[in-house]
Design a protein around this ligand. Structure first.
Ligand code: PRT
Ligand code: ZN
Length: 297
């Protein structure tokens, strides 16, 4: 790929077509993931298609629900959707990468005044949802015979207007359920944004995809990790190093003041909050935590 690119630029190369949501909860983050991976788009106004001058990629802006079908039909090669949309419409295609944003869950909910006895509660009842495939799979697994009423939006109002006795929908904070007098009784699946793709990409498109995934993983590793610098008393160096082992091992340099060293390492943000107290107890001082832009793992 590099040789072709050096001679002809990206214009003449085969491009990987990625479909992202045109406007909605996934769109901003999808664009920023590409941008952080060094892929700048020529078309800032997000029309239907834009191309990148810095990477052999073409971006298509679509409704999220349509993306799996466009990938199946080879209009796009890969796409970014919620795992819920993949589970509903993604037969014959696969998850290529998990992206960790737009986390939510798909749950069954019933009026909070009802007593819930277990999945058999739904026997013979009507459930409103925009996700009939995932719901049917769950009901079959549990051996429950319920009627699925498919609606495209405002699912949460269905029990209140007498359309259904329960709902199956996306839940994030849970406040939509509460404000509609519903309580969540079964979490059927957890979801996050994912890259989906076909398994039959050409060799050159697969190479572009691998390059894209490498870049995305480097950005994600950097986001999840921090560079930490601290001053440590030499008599506690081994214990402090044990707490912040880093990618290979920390850098340790003597300070001008004898008996002290400067320790540099990398650790996850979550880990940092767990060990900060212990580092202080061991006498670490001048602790600096710095964001990392890219991290090649
Ligand atoms: O127009 P287009 O079809 O492209 O977009 P859309 O309206 O179908 O989708 P959009 O943008 O609303 O959501 C895109 C994806 O974001 C979903 O498929 C999920 O994977 C993910 N996501 C994450 C969510 C939520 N969180 C979310 N909270 N999608 C929807 N919601 C809605 C939910 O439907 C419910 O009405 O928010 C409400 C619940 O939120 P809480 O916080 O009150 O529980
Ligand atoms: Zn949608």
């Amino acid at each position: 790929m590099q040789i072709l690119q050096a001679f002809f630029g990206f214009e003449t190369m085969e491009k990987l077509k990625i479909a992202i949501q045109k406007s909605g909860r996934l769109s901003e983050k999808s664009v920023s993931i590409l941008r952080e991976a060094g892929i700048s788009m020529t078309n800032g106004e997000r029309k239907l298609i834009s191309v990148s001058g810095s990477f052999p990629i073409e971006v298509l802006y679509l409704r999220d629900d349509d993306i799996p079908q466009y990938v199946k039909d080879k209009v796009a090669d890969i796409g970014i959707v919620g795992e819920n949309v993949f589970a509903e419409k993604g037969s014959d295609i696969s998850i290529v990468e998990r992206l960790g944003f737009s986390r939510c869950r798909m749950s069954l909910a019933i009026p909070k005044t009802e007593h819930y006895s277990g999945p058999e509660y739904f026997h013979g009842k009507k459930i409103a949802t925009s996700y009939p495939v995932i719901l049917q799979r769950f009901l079959d697994e549990k051996g429950v015979d319920a009627e699925i009423h498919e609606i495209s939006g405002s699912v949460e109002i269905a029990p209140g207007i007498g359309l259904a006795e329960g709902i199956f929908d996306i839940v994030s904070s849970g406040s939509t359920l509460i404000s509609n007098g519903l309580s969540e009784v079964e979490v059927v699946m957890h979801s996050e944004a994912v890259i989906i793709g076909r398994n039959d990409l050409s060799q050159s498109k697969r190479e572009i995809l691998n390059d894209l995934l490498f870049r995305i993983r480097s950005v994600q590793a950097a986001t999840n990790n921090k560079y930490i610098l601290l001053n440590a008393p030499n008599d506690k160096l081994d214990e402090i190093i044990g707490l912040i082992p880093g990618m290979k091992s920390p850098t340790v340099m003597p300070l001008a003041e004898s008996g002290w060293s400067s320790v540099h390492s990398v650790l996850s943000e979550r880990q940092f909050w767990q060990i900060i107290g212990e580092l202080q107890k061991l006498g670490a001082q001048g602790i600096l935590v710095i964001p990392i832009e890219k991290m090649i793992v």
